[in-house]
Write a protein that binds this ligand. Structure first.
Ligand code: PLP
Length: 388
């Protein structure tokens, strides 16, 4: 028997299906959808999230590293039809494994290109590669001057190197402040695309550059495939992109649904007299008789200490204050406004209860953390449960 965890993360099957249908509908049937599941599927948990996305029709996944690709592979049904693509780190000694398994990967430097050929010869199968090109992000990607040599090399070893894609990444399509930089990148990539097409690779590689923000804000960047991360989990990348999306709509309804919820339970209840400090130190002082509920989550479970005296939770469909400091394993919640509170009662840390909702963004309080960071910080160790 496995003892209970102190909190659970719920993953909504219907929200995943809703978000995928929204994205699919937006991009149309001729653009492929790759779901970006790096960062443990943006904190949702690869093992839980990816099989549900597969069930909802996902057939292309992008990870950052080889470990994630391996985890993803384990989580999908045997004989699955999905393409797995590694966009970032894979050690040379793991390349034969990737080639053997038919896992695709980005190549952005000469060493990996040569190692891919070695791995392909060793396994007797072709490596499926995506050449990443530099267009202005200045992170990873072959420089323009190198491209002739790169594609000549791929052509010369066509039996072992299958060119599946040519791609680049935009340096911040979620903000209009980057408009010039982004449109310059698009122009450069367009030229590279035309030139690669003239080289006559058959079948033609897929050209891809768009993330969630670009998919919405710059529809021309969708090309053959979009690599969508944050949107599939129910979030617009930034407020700016949300407003841009709304400006083109007739209604103000959010078409996306949050996939994740985080819930715990009341562990203990205590009545405190007027004029006492609560918890460690002196950060919260009662100026009235106060009823406190203790909830077994804290910074050790990813509930940030910066939410001390600031966080909000839902109990009994009421929004309540976290009082005192967030401890490693516990928080205290002022439940005085509730008529009734019981041990074991549900506590919502992220998600809905009745008509109230705690958003992921609100966990970032004043620090203006992005949804991206808040999500990936949710510890892997909190059990994930599938709900409808
Ligand atoms: C993270 C990432 C994406 C997805 O970005 P979102 O903003 O979450 O849609 C796409 N491509 C690359 C290369 C990435 O690293």
């Amino acid at each position: 028997m496995m003892p209970e965890a102190t909190s659970y993360i719920e993953i909504s099957r219907s929200a995943i299906a809703n978000n995928m249908a929204f994205i699919r509908n937006m991009i149309g049937e001729h653009v492929q959808l790759s779901l970006v599941v790096k960062g443990n599927a943006y904190g949702h948990g690869i093992e839980t999230y990816c099989p549900l996305a597969y069930e909802a029709g996902a057939r292309h996944f992008s990870t950052f590293d080889a470990r994630e690709a391996w985890q993803l592979q384990q989580s999908l049904p045997a004989g699955h039809q999905a393409v797995i693509m590694i966009m970032g780190m894979i050690e040379h000694h793991d390349l034969p494994w990737a080639v053997e398994e038919g896992i695709e990967f980005f190549v952005f430097e000469w060493g990996r290109l040569e190692a891919a050929l070695v791995a392909a010869k060793k396994t007797g199968r072709a490596a499926k590669i995506h050449v990443e090109v530099e267009t202005g992000m200045h992170r990873t990607g072959f420089e323009q001057e190198e491209l002739k040599r790169v594609f000549r090399f791929i052509k010369a070893h066509a039996a072992y190197l299958h060119l599946r894609g040519v791609c680049t990444h935009l340096a911040g399509a979620e903000s209009i402040a980057n408009y010039k930089r982004i449109t310059d990148q698009q122009k450069r990539f367009k030229k590279i695309k035309a030139w690669v097409e003239s080289l006559g690779f058959s079948p033609s590689p897929a050209f891809h550059m768009a993330s969630s923000a670009a998919t919405i804000r710059y529809p021309r960047t969708r090309l053959d495939m979009v690599r969508v991360g944050i949107m599939q989990y129910g979030f617009f990348p930034t407020e700016e992109i949300w407003v841009h999306y709304l400006s083109k709509q007739k209604s103000y309804e959010n078409p996306l649904q949050r996939v994740i919820s985080w819930k715990s339970r009341v562990m203990d209840i205590k009545d405190v007299k007027t004029g006492e400090f609560i918890g460690y130190g002196n950060s919260f002082f009662t100026n009235k008789p106060t009823r406190i509920a203790i909830v077994p989550v804290g910074y050790g479970y990813g509930y940030s200490r910066s939410l001390s005296n600031r966080g909000k939770v839902l109990i009994g469909q009421i929004r309540l204050d976290v009082v005192g400091t967030v401890n490693m394993n516990m928080i205290a919640v002022d439940v005085t406004p509730l008529d009734k509170v019981q041990k074991g009662q549900e506590v919502v840390l992220i998600g809905k209860q009745g008509t109230q909702e705690i958003t992921v963004a609100s966990l970032g309080d004043y620090s203006r953390l992005l949804n991206y960071e808040l999500l990936v910080r949710l510890p892997h160790s909190i059990p994930r449960r599938v709900v409808d």
